[in-house]
Design a protein around this ligand. Structure first.
Ligand SMILES: *[C@@H]1O[C@H](CO)[C@@H](O)[C@H](O)[C@H]1NC(C)=O
Ligand SMILES: *[C@@H]1O[C@H](CO)[C@@H](O)[C@H](O)[C@H]1NC(C)=O
Ligand SMILES: *[C@@H]1O[C@H](CO)[C@@H](O)[C@H](O)[C@H]1NC(C)=O
Length: 233
Protein backbone atom coordinates (compact mmCIF):
# COMPACT_ATOMS: atom_id res chain seq x y z
CA UNK A 1 0.00 0.00 0.00
CA UNK A 2 2.74 2.43 0.95
CA UNK A 3 4.41 1.88 -2.40
CA UNK A 4 1.16 2.30 -4.25
CA UNK A 5 0.53 5.56 -2.39
CA UNK A 6 3.89 7.03 -3.20
CA UNK A 7 3.50 6.02 -6.84
CA UNK A 8 0.18 7.84 -6.90
CA UNK A 9 1.80 10.85 -5.22
CA UNK A 10 4.61 10.76 -7.77
CA UNK A 11 2.14 10.51 -10.64
CA UNK A 12 0.25 13.56 -9.42
CA UNK A 13 3.49 15.50 -8.97
CA UNK A 14 4.45 14.70 -12.55
CA UNK A 15 1.10 15.85 -13.86
CA UNK A 16 1.37 19.10 -11.85
CA UNK A 17 4.85 19.55 -13.33
CA UNK A 18 3.49 19.21 -16.83
CA UNK A 19 0.97 21.98 -16.16
CA UNK A 20 3.55 24.52 -15.03
CA UNK A 21 4.15 27.14 -17.71
CA UNK A 22 7.94 27.15 -17.28
CA UNK A 23 9.86 24.06 -16.31
CA UNK A 24 13.57 24.23 -15.52
CA UNK A 25 14.39 22.11 -18.55
CA UNK A 26 12.64 24.38 -21.01
CA UNK A 27 14.55 27.44 -19.76
CA UNK A 28 17.89 25.93 -20.77
CA UNK A 29 18.79 27.78 -23.96
CA UNK A 30 19.13 25.81 -27.18
CA UNK A 31 22.44 26.12 -28.96
CA UNK A 32 21.73 28.22 -32.10
CA UNK A 33 23.59 26.05 -34.63
CA UNK A 34 20.85 26.79 -37.17
CA UNK A 35 22.06 30.40 -37.40
CA UNK A 36 24.92 29.20 -39.57
CA UNK A 37 24.66 27.15 -42.77
CA UNK A 38 26.53 24.32 -41.01
CA UNK A 39 27.58 22.48 -44.15
CA UNK A 40 30.94 21.50 -45.65
CA UNK A 41 33.42 18.74 -44.81
CA UNK A 42 33.13 18.97 -40.99
CA UNK A 43 29.77 20.38 -39.87
CA UNK A 44 28.97 20.75 -36.16
CA UNK A 45 26.77 17.91 -34.86
CA UNK A 46 23.96 18.68 -32.41
CA UNK A 47 24.90 17.95 -28.79
CA UNK A 48 24.29 14.28 -27.92
CA UNK A 49 21.11 13.82 -25.89
CA UNK A 50 23.17 12.28 -23.08
CA UNK A 51 25.08 15.55 -22.61
CA UNK A 52 24.01 18.39 -20.36
CA UNK A 53 24.79 22.05 -20.91
CA UNK A 54 27.12 23.00 -18.04
CA UNK A 55 28.26 26.52 -18.89
CA UNK A 56 28.04 29.21 -21.51
CA UNK A 57 31.32 31.11 -21.49
CA UNK A 58 31.94 34.40 -23.20
CA UNK A 59 35.59 34.26 -24.25
CA UNK A 60 37.47 37.50 -24.78
CA UNK A 61 41.09 37.66 -25.86
CA UNK A 62 43.29 37.10 -28.88
CA UNK A 63 43.84 34.60 -31.66
CA UNK A 64 47.54 34.13 -32.34
CA UNK A 65 48.98 33.63 -35.82
CA UNK A 66 52.47 33.02 -37.14
CA UNK A 67 53.53 33.85 -40.71
CA UNK A 68 54.73 31.02 -42.94
CA UNK A 69 57.33 32.87 -45.00
CA UNK A 70 57.21 30.20 -47.75
CA UNK A 71 53.51 30.52 -48.48
CA UNK A 72 53.11 34.13 -47.29
CA UNK A 73 50.07 33.21 -45.21
CA UNK A 74 49.37 32.98 -41.52
CA UNK A 75 48.89 29.56 -39.93
CA UNK A 76 48.03 27.70 -36.72
CA UNK A 77 46.21 30.03 -34.48
CA UNK A 78 46.83 29.57 -30.83
CA UNK A 79 44.59 31.65 -28.63
CA UNK A 80 44.56 33.19 -25.23
CA UNK A 81 41.26 34.25 -23.68
CA UNK A 82 39.63 35.12 -20.42
CA UNK A 83 36.40 33.14 -19.93
CA UNK A 84 33.44 34.94 -18.37
CA UNK A 85 30.45 32.98 -17.05
CA UNK A 86 27.39 34.00 -19.07
CA UNK A 87 25.31 30.90 -18.19
CA UNK A 88 22.79 32.61 -15.94
CA UNK A 89 22.79 35.85 -17.87
CA UNK A 90 22.08 34.30 -21.28
CA UNK A 91 19.55 31.88 -19.82
CA UNK A 92 17.64 34.92 -18.53
CA UNK A 93 18.33 37.03 -21.65
CA UNK A 94 18.43 34.59 -24.61
CA UNK A 95 17.79 37.50 -26.99
CA UNK A 96 21.39 38.62 -26.28
CA UNK A 97 22.94 35.36 -27.51
CA UNK A 98 23.28 36.99 -30.94
CA UNK A 99 24.97 40.18 -29.76
CA UNK A 100 26.97 39.63 -26.56
CA UNK A 101 30.23 38.56 -28.29
CA UNK A 102 30.32 41.72 -30.41
CA UNK A 103 29.49 43.87 -27.35
CA UNK A 104 32.47 42.40 -25.50
CA UNK A 105 34.78 42.77 -28.49
CA UNK A 106 33.76 46.42 -28.97
CA UNK A 107 34.49 47.27 -25.34
CA UNK A 108 37.84 45.47 -25.62
CA UNK A 109 39.08 47.03 -28.84
CA UNK A 110 38.13 50.49 -27.50
CA UNK A 111 40.78 50.00 -24.80
CA UNK A 112 44.39 50.88 -25.70
CA UNK A 113 45.59 47.84 -23.71
CA UNK A 114 44.01 45.48 -26.27
CA UNK A 115 46.59 46.64 -28.84
CA UNK A 116 49.57 45.51 -26.82
CA UNK A 117 48.71 41.98 -25.75
CA UNK A 118 51.65 40.07 -24.37
CA UNK A 119 52.51 36.43 -23.84
CA UNK A 120 51.66 36.87 -20.19
CA UNK A 121 48.20 35.56 -19.37
CA UNK A 122 47.96 37.56 -16.16
CA UNK A 123 48.71 40.94 -17.71
CA UNK A 124 46.38 40.34 -20.65
CA UNK A 125 43.58 39.36 -18.28
CA UNK A 126 43.60 42.83 -16.78
CA UNK A 127 42.63 44.30 -20.14
CA UNK A 128 39.87 41.74 -20.64
CA UNK A 129 38.58 42.38 -17.12
CA UNK A 130 38.50 46.12 -17.83
CA UNK A 131 36.38 45.46 -20.93
CA UNK A 132 34.05 43.23 -18.89
CA UNK A 133 33.70 45.98 -16.27
CA UNK A 134 32.52 48.41 -18.98
CA UNK A 135 29.56 46.29 -20.05
CA UNK A 136 26.10 46.97 -18.60
CA UNK A 137 26.21 43.61 -16.82
CA UNK A 138 29.78 42.53 -15.93
CA UNK A 139 30.04 38.75 -15.71
CA UNK A 140 32.04 36.67 -13.20
CA UNK A 141 35.33 35.18 -14.37
CA UNK A 142 34.92 31.45 -15.08
CA UNK A 143 38.43 30.54 -16.22
CA UNK A 144 41.09 30.65 -18.91
CA UNK A 145 41.44 29.37 -22.47
CA UNK A 146 44.91 28.80 -23.89
CA UNK A 147 46.96 26.42 -26.04
CA UNK A 148 49.64 24.17 -24.57
CA UNK A 149 53.15 24.28 -26.03
CA UNK A 150 52.21 21.20 -28.07
CA UNK A 151 49.20 23.03 -29.54
CA UNK A 152 46.36 21.48 -27.52
CA UNK A 153 43.37 23.82 -27.02
CA UNK A 154 42.81 23.94 -23.26
CA UNK A 155 39.79 25.06 -21.27
CA UNK A 156 40.47 25.61 -17.58
CA UNK A 157 37.25 26.62 -15.82
CA UNK A 158 38.98 27.13 -12.47
CA UNK A 159 36.11 29.06 -10.94
CA UNK A 160 33.49 26.50 -11.97
CA UNK A 161 32.11 24.06 -9.42
CA UNK A 162 34.53 21.14 -9.10
CA UNK A 163 37.06 22.84 -11.43
CA UNK A 164 35.93 21.64 -14.89
CA UNK A 165 38.90 21.10 -17.23
CA UNK A 166 39.30 19.99 -20.84
CA UNK A 167 42.18 19.28 -23.19
CA UNK A 168 40.28 19.33 -26.47
CA UNK A 169 40.63 18.18 -30.05
CA UNK A 170 38.75 19.78 -32.90
CA UNK A 171 36.29 17.60 -34.83
CA UNK A 172 34.01 20.19 -36.44
CA UNK A 173 34.76 23.49 -38.18
CA UNK A 174 32.49 25.69 -40.25
CA UNK A 175 32.88 29.27 -41.47
CA UNK A 176 31.07 31.84 -39.34
CA UNK A 177 28.09 33.59 -41.00
CA UNK A 178 30.42 36.57 -41.60
CA UNK A 179 33.93 36.14 -43.04
CA UNK A 180 35.20 38.80 -40.61
CA UNK A 181 34.63 36.39 -37.70
CA UNK A 182 36.60 33.23 -36.86
CA UNK A 183 35.06 29.84 -37.59
CA UNK A 184 32.51 28.07 -35.45
CA UNK A 185 33.99 24.90 -33.95
CA UNK A 186 33.14 21.63 -32.24
CA UNK A 187 35.72 20.07 -29.91
CA UNK A 188 35.73 16.96 -27.76
CA UNK A 189 38.06 15.48 -25.15
CA UNK A 190 41.50 14.49 -26.45
CA UNK A 191 41.28 11.48 -24.10
CA UNK A 192 43.45 12.88 -21.33
CA UNK A 193 42.79 11.59 -17.82
CA UNK A 194 43.12 15.20 -16.65
CA UNK A 195 39.78 16.05 -18.30
CA UNK A 196 37.06 16.61 -15.76
CA UNK A 197 33.29 17.44 -15.77
CA UNK A 198 33.23 18.91 -19.30
CA UNK A 199 33.74 16.76 -22.40
CA UNK A 200 32.47 18.76 -25.36
CA UNK A 201 32.63 22.42 -26.34
CA UNK A 202 31.18 24.43 -29.19
CA UNK A 203 32.62 27.77 -30.25
CA UNK A 204 29.81 29.80 -31.82
CA UNK A 205 28.64 33.42 -32.21
CA UNK A 206 32.21 34.52 -32.88
CA UNK A 207 33.29 38.14 -33.38
CA UNK A 208 36.63 39.14 -34.93
CA UNK A 209 39.87 37.16 -34.65
CA UNK A 210 40.47 36.69 -38.40
CA UNK A 211 44.04 36.98 -39.71
CA UNK A 212 45.09 39.19 -42.65
CA UNK A 213 45.13 37.40 -46.03
CA UNK A 214 48.89 37.54 -46.47
CA UNK A 215 52.11 38.16 -44.60
CA UNK A 216 55.87 38.37 -45.05
CA UNK A 217 58.67 37.14 -42.81
CA UNK A 218 57.99 34.77 -39.96
CA UNK A 219 56.59 36.94 -37.19
CA UNK A 220 53.54 36.32 -34.98
CA UNK A 221 50.52 38.55 -34.56
CA UNK A 222 47.58 38.56 -32.20
CA UNK A 223 44.06 39.50 -33.33
CA UNK A 224 41.37 40.41 -30.75
CA UNK A 225 38.31 38.18 -30.73
CA UNK A 226 35.30 37.21 -28.68
CA UNK A 227 33.04 34.18 -28.87
CA UNK A 228 30.61 32.03 -26.99
CA UNK A 229 31.76 28.62 -25.86
CA UNK A 230 28.97 26.25 -24.91
CA UNK A 231 30.35 23.61 -22.54
CA UNK A 232 28.66 20.22 -22.19
CA UNK A 233 29.44 17.27 -19.97
C1 LIG B 1 55.06 26.55 -44.60
O1 LIG B 1 54.36 26.06 -45.74
C2 LIG B 1 55.09 25.08 -46.46
C3 LIG B 1 54.33 24.80 -47.77
O2 LIG B 1 52.96 24.47 -47.48
C4 LIG B 1 55.22 23.85 -45.58
O3 LIG B 1 55.92 22.83 -46.24
C5 LIG B 1 55.96 24.24 -44.28
O4 LIG B 1 56.00 23.13 -43.40
C6 LIG B 1 55.27 25.40 -43.60
N1 LIG B 1 56.07 25.87 -42.47
C7 LIG B 1 55.61 25.90 -41.23
C8 LIG B 1 56.54 26.46 -40.19
O5 LIG B 1 54.48 25.53 -40.95
C1 LIG C 1 51.92 33.17 -30.33
O1 LIG C 1 52.63 32.15 -31.02
C2 LIG C 1 54.05 32.24 -30.91
C3 LIG C 1 54.64 31.17 -31.80
O2 LIG C 1 54.09 29.91 -31.54
C4 LIG C 1 54.43 32.06 -29.44
O3 LIG C 1 55.80 32.23 -29.28
C5 LIG C 1 53.70 33.11 -28.60
O4 LIG C 1 53.91 32.83 -27.24
C6 LIG C 1 52.20 33.09 -28.85
N1 LIG C 1 51.57 34.21 -28.19
C7 LIG C 1 50.39 34.11 -27.60
C8 LIG C 1 49.85 35.36 -27.02
O5 LIG C 1 49.78 33.05 -27.54
C1 LIG D 1 45.91 15.67 -24.53
O1 LIG D 1 46.58 16.94 -24.45
C2 LIG D 1 47.53 17.01 -23.41
C3 LIG D 1 48.09 18.44 -23.39
O2 LIG D 1 48.71 18.77 -24.59
C4 LIG D 1 48.63 15.99 -23.66
O3 LIG D 1 49.54 16.02 -22.58
C5 LIG D 1 48.02 14.60 -23.79
O4 LIG D 1 49.03 13.68 -24.13
C6 LIG D 1 46.95 14.61 -24.87
N1 LIG D 1 46.34 13.30 -25.14
C7 LIG D 1 46.00 12.36 -24.23
C8 LIG D 1 45.38 11.10 -24.73
O5 LIG D 1 46.14 12.54 -23.05
Amino acid sequence: MAIKHSLLALASLISIGQCLPFSVASSTPTIPLDEDSNTGPSPLPSPASTLKLKYIGVHLGTQNYTCNSTTGTYFSPGALAQIFDATEYLTAHPNEIDSISQTYLDHYTALPCSESSSDCIESDDRCEDQANARTDHPLPVLGEHYFTSSGTPTFDLYNGRGHPFLYGKKLGDIPAPSSSDVDWLYLVSNGSAANHIISTVYRIETAGGVQPDSCTGSGSITVPYAGQYWYYG
